[in-house]
Design a protein around this ligand. Structure first.
Ligand code: MLT
Length: 336
């Protein structure tokens, strides 16, 4: 059972009997005040760089949703500041359903990590449904002088701040994973931030950066191709599609776990029928055999139809903010 399903089920036990866990959108028409929706292209904002894991998932979803909804879904990469600039772009957009956001675990950590933002990271959005849950891998340049996770840790300790770690800025999953890892082993590597792990991966491939924590949706291909060294996955269990990689706990570092969930959002105040139409399109995309196939090739899977609902997404997101708050406060991973 995935973390999303586990936590959704736990939350459901507190819901009233009359509540419908798997509530479905109101209908296919998606109208507001009698007007049809959508009548023009929808912009899907991705808050990280093209070619990276969020972009990979977002473009697959955009293509499939466009087929179902009958209008282009155009991807716009609004990058920078650990995913907060893209989130701000959507939180402050007109709430008409034509600007949506595909974001990830950052939505769970940013409310605690950032003390000053030009948007409301908790109340600025209408959650539309969860999308995926992606395992992470700790990968390094091919010629790093460490053959396994224990040797990597020893090398990091020896190098101190001469060791460098790439990430996508505070608020990103790579930064969260990197900070937890460095904190767990008591080192302070030099952090090199990028606008996404797409460009960060190019530096790993070029041998200019030592390591990167990144999602299998990007790393699978490079791990299989032997272009990077892989050390461990900070997941509860091994990754089904990459079963040779030990978990961080198996490799000697328990109590350090990060898995990256993704969800779709509209700006706060988007009319309910329009949100319902977008959720319907999201659910259809997650049933699309092309999405199921491609997701499985890159180490993930669509969430269940029950988790791809506004209610399940809201519950999961709220629980995730509460889950990360004390961890962030302990590790001091703040943006300012
Ligand atoms: C990306 O798409 O670049 C990554 O998801 C950013 C991150 O969270 O590390």
């Amino acid at each position: 059972m995935t973390e999303i399903t586990r936590r959704s089920l736990a939350a459901a036990t507190f819901a009233s009997l009359g509540a419908t866990l798997a509530s479905r959108p109101a209908g296919a028409q998606g109208t507001s005040g009698g007007a049809a929706f959508p009548t023009r292209p929808i912009t899907m904002v991705i808050p990280f760089a093209p070619g990276g894991p969020t972009d990979i998932v977002g473009r697959l979803m955009a293509e499939s949703m466009a087929r179902e909804i009958g209008q282009p879904v155009v991807v716009e990469n609004t990058t920078g500041a650990g995913g907060t600039l893209g989130a701000q772009r959507v939180a402050t957009a007109r709430p008409d359903g034509y600007t949506i956001l595909l974001h990830h675990i950052g939505m769970g950590v940013i409310p605690t990590m950032y003390r000053r933002l030009a948007y409301d990271p908790v109340n600025g959005f209408e959650p539309l449904g969860l999308v995926t849950e992606v395992p992470m891998t700790i990968v390094g340049r091919k010629d790093i002088p460490a053959g396994n996770f224990a040797e990597l840790i020893a090398y990091m300790k020896k190098q101190g701040d001469g060791f460098n770690l790439a990430d996508a800025g505070i608020g990103s999953s790579s930064a969260l994973c990197g900070a937890l890892f460095a904190n767990a082993i008591g080192v302070k590597p030099t952090v090199i931030p990028f606008r996404g792990t797409g460009p960060a991966m190019q530096e790993i491939l070029g041998g200019r950066v030592d390591i990167l924590c990144d999602q299998t949706t990007q790393t699978t291909e490079y791990i299989r191709g032997g272009q990077v060294k892989v050390f461990a996955t900070p997941s509860r269990s091994r990754i089904a599609t990459l079963p040779d990689i030990p978990t961080t706990a198996e490799a000697g570092l328990p109590g350090f776990e990060v898995t990256v969930w993704h969800g779709l959002y509209a700006p706060k105040g988007t009319p309910a029928p329009i949100c319902a139409r977008l959720t319907q399109s999201l659910q259809a995309a997650l049933r699309d055999p092309r999405i199921v196939q491609r997701f499985s090739e890159i180490g993930t899977a669509p969430v269940s139809q029950e988790d791809a609902t506004r209610e399940a997404h809201q519950r999961f997101w709220t629980a995730d903010i509460a889950k990360w708050k004390p961890i962030i406060e302990t590790t001091g991973s703040y943006a300012d």
